[in-house]
Write a protein that binds this ligand. Structure first.
Ligand code: MSP
Length: 483
């Protein structure tokens, strides 16, 4: 039987247009999903939209639209962007889907019947940006550091989810890696948080937020948006909330998330699953934030790099590459337009693009006959023949930039090989025919290998290289230098 591989991105708030941070996670998930598909695994890649809650209600009011009309529009924009970026997801969940809403209600009823949810009151400081209560010690100068706004004091009757009784079990599962949190330092961070204090029960309902899923056992309350949102990871697989009929893809193999949403994903989410008796995700992989010029991107600072702007300038595969290789996946990465242009010119125009055009020109000019790839050659479309290579190990460990570094070493070495061996000289000398053929065959093989290895990251470029090898011509210059 095929191994299964289920990967998710967070679902994005439908309160504003997609930005580079959303694209960062989604492109990474796409590359990983494509990589696992190439290994013949039964892959499901889920992404989608988080469409309820106070933040969205407010944004819709401001835009003078009904919340549904508003989220329809935003979600369409996200879907279009994913199409443009060549993202091949298997499921796109929206929390306003009827199936999702019904399933959430079923789950909540079950938790209530089991006594995991009880009625009470909650008082605390609420940040609408995070859609979370904040403790005093999380604030900087009285403000939420992520949103730079002072949270509002809220006190209301609500329903609460029991957290404390499952805290010990959760700690054990994280420690043993049954529920793995990676990279390691995030595991440490969460363990030190969980071991340092008693988890408070969490309010899972709101009285004054109408834009949400009504609680099945109390119509005066709507579901807290995070509880609603987490269940997407199951309903996105078509689950209807029936605990006797859990989708075969569950548990998720990898859940990609940004570091700002680690705490909720490592506490409320697994505790909900434990209450339901469901297995926890196998791995929560946490990535850092994209900064620009050392600072968080913000309109006020004027350092925002638009994703559409990137696609226009660097093309789809150029954008995918620059984001995937922006730095160590897992740490904060800093991007500026200037550095991206430089990297584009170095790695793509002068590096890969130049290599492809040189090899194809040599093949054309000296009529080198490319024999069809043998079955065991990687570019015969057999990704698995390179299964011992470094890419596989690095990508299984989600070390995306290391996989790319490995590929670009082949690119650089091949460009250097051309300079060292000067095949245009041996081509003209009958006595060096053998040498010429050997050099050319190596270059063609290298290019084939590069094309195959690039499939997860730059699928269109990979296709173009393969086509050039087959037809012995390039229809276009790959990655023109830019200013
Ligand atoms: N809706 C919640 C997630 C619910 S999942 C059950 C949410 N949405 S979000 O749209 O605000 O953020 C989604 C993801 O985008 C998060 O993982 C977040 O870390 C990521 N990013 C948002 N801005 C980012 C950067 N500037 N850089 C990298 N990723 C960032 O949170």
């Amino acid at each position: 039987m095929k191994d299964k591989f289920y990967i998710t991105t967070p679902i994005y708030y439908a309160n504003a247009k997609a930005h580079i941070g959303h694209a960062y996670t989604t492109i990474a998930a796409d590359a990983l999903a494509r990589f696992h598909k190439l290994q013949n695994e039964d892959v499901f890649f889920l992404t989608g939209m988080d469409e309820h809650g106070a933040k969205i209600q407010k944004a819709a009011e401001k835009a003078g639209k009904s919340p549904q009309e508003f989220v329809n529009n935003i979600s369409e924009g996200f879907e279009n962007l994913w199409k443009n970026l060549n993202i091949k997801y298997d499921g796109f969940i929206r929390t306003t889907d009827n199936n999702h809403k019904e399933a959430v209600r079923k789950v909540l009823q079950k938790l209530y019947d089991d006594g995991a949810i009880y009625k009470g009151e909650y008082e605390g400081l609420y940040c609408t940006g995070c859609e979370q209560f904040k403790s005093e010690n999380e604030l900087v100068d009285g403000k939420c550091p992520d949103h730079n706004i002072a949270p509002e004091m809220m006190k209301e009757e609500c329903y609460l989810l029991k957290m404390t009784e499952l805290q010990k079990e959760l700690i054990e599962k994280i420690k043993s890696d049954e529920f793995q949190i990676a990279p390691e330092r995030y595991k440490k961070e969460i363990l030190s948080f969980l071991e340092g204090q008693k988890l408070e029960d969490v309010s899972i309902s709101r009285r004054n937020i109408l834009w949400g899923i009504t609680l099945p056992f109390d119509e005066d309350h709507t579901t807290y948006v995070w509880v609603d949102a987490f269940l997407n990871y199951l309903t996105g697989l078509g689950w209807n909330g029936d605990l006797n009929d859990i989708p075969k893809q569950w548990p998720a193999d990898v859940q990609l998330i940004g570091k700002d949403i680690l705490r909720v994903h490592a506490t409320i989410w697994p505790i909900m699953l434990l209450h339901l008796g469901l297995p926890l995700p196998k791995k929560l992989f946490v990535h850092g934030h994209i900064l620009s010029g050392g600072k968080k991107m913000s309109k006020t600072l004027g350092n925002v790099i638009g994703i559409d702007e990137m696609i226009e300038k660097f093309g789809v595969d150029g954008t995918r590459y620059l984001l995937l290789d922006a730095g160590t996946f897992g740490e904060d990465v800093d991007v500026t337009m200037e550095r991206m242009v430089e990297k584009y010119n170095n790695d793509l125009a002068n590096g890969l693009g130049n290599l492809v055009s040189r090899v194809v020109k040599l093949v054309q000019n000296f009529q080198f006959s490319i024999s069809p790839p043998k079955a065991d050659q990687p570019w015969a479309g057999n990704f698995q023949t390179i299964s011992n290579d470094q890419t596989l190990n690095t990508l299984n460990n989600i070390e995306i930039e290391k996989a790319l570094e490995y590929i670009w070493k082949i690119v650089r070495d091949a460009n250097k090989y051309i300079e060292d061996t000067k095949p245009w000289e041996s081509a003209k000398d009958e006595s060096r025919k053998e040498e010429f053929e050997k050099v050319m065959q190596k270059l063609v093989d290298d290019l084939g290998l590069i094309a195959e290895l690039l499939i997860p990251f730059m699928p269109q470029t990979s296709e173009k290289i393969k086509k050039a090898l087959e037809t012995k011509k390039l229809d276009e210059v790959l990655f023109q230098r830019i200013k």
